[in-house]
Write a protein that binds this ligand. Structure first.
Ligand code: ZN
Length: 246
């Protein structure tokens, strides 16, 4: 089984299409760690793809906010503006679908999926200190998470917590051997708004048969996504950050 692991698409159709082109023919099932909408200017298309293809998915905080299920107290001005704009684009059916998205963790036989952490769907866990307490909540050997928009993750090995490395700026892939005796928290990175200083769209493919995880980065024409954001009248910062990956 080869699973396509996507997170934080954030209504960026151009990045999503680039990822799907790159991954074409290399996956059997899709997993989505949430934040399908918000920030970007193509929420309808992002929902359409996810609804059709994601075999396992959880909601993100932006999905919740757009669905009216989350107070926007923690959201900055640009995020709030994008929530209000997104709501105005969605049909009643899309809104109902967003409202009905499950909170993480979602479980399958050999993995679990969360947006933030297994303990709190809205929490960030990036550093070893933030990740370490999660161990007791890992009920499968592999847990996929999104939210931070930082590709990578951690493994719990005998010697302690070891970080997983992502592709360098000149590489398109980093392959990790998954040891069945270790636990893994894996963030595929953000398709639509990377924040790990690499503006390329991020995703992962998990090849269960060969126990390999492929972290991938894909160049796409972010100017197209920027143009859509500006044309929609969304805050300029949401377009600008796509060029820098910050
Ligand atoms: Zn997000």
């Amino acid at each position: 089984m080869r699973r396509l692991i996507l997170s934080d698409i954030h209504a960026n159709l151009d990045a999503l299409e680039a990822v799907l082109n790159d991954a074409a023919g290399n996956w059997d099932e899709a997993v989505c760690c949430g934040d399908i909408v918000g920030y970007g200017a193509s929420p309808v298309e992002a929902i359409e793809w996810t609804r059709r293809y994601a075999d396992c998915l959880v909601r993100g905080n932006h999905d919740k906010a757009c669905a009216g299920l989350l107070e926007m107290g923690d959201f900055n001005q640009a995020a709030r503006a994008s929530v209000l704009w997104t709501r105005a684009q969605l049909s009643a059916a899309d809104m109902d679908w967003l409202k009905g998205l499950p909170a993480g963790p979602a479980f399958r036989a050999d993995y679990q999926v969360v947006h933030g952490t297994p303990a709190d769907e809205d929490e960030y866990a990036i550093t070893a200190a933030e990740v370490e307490p999660i161990e007791s909540h890992l009920l499968r050997t592999v847990c996929f998470a999104g939210h931070s928009h930082v590709q990578g993750g951690w493994s719990w090995q005998r010697g302690g917590l070891i970080p997983l490395s992502r592709p360098g700026f000149s590489e398109s892939e980093r392959v990790i051997d998954l040891d069945p005796d270790y636990l893994y928290l894996i963030n595929p990175g953000s398709v639509g708004q990377p924040r790990d200083r690499d503006p390329r769209a991020a995703y992962a493919i998990w090849d269960t048969e060969n126990r390999l995880l492929h972290f991938r980065r894909v160049r796409y024409d972010f100017r197209l996504a920027q143009g859509r954001i500006l044309e929609a009248g969304l805050p300029e910062i949401l377009a600008e950050r796509l060029a820098t990956g910050r």
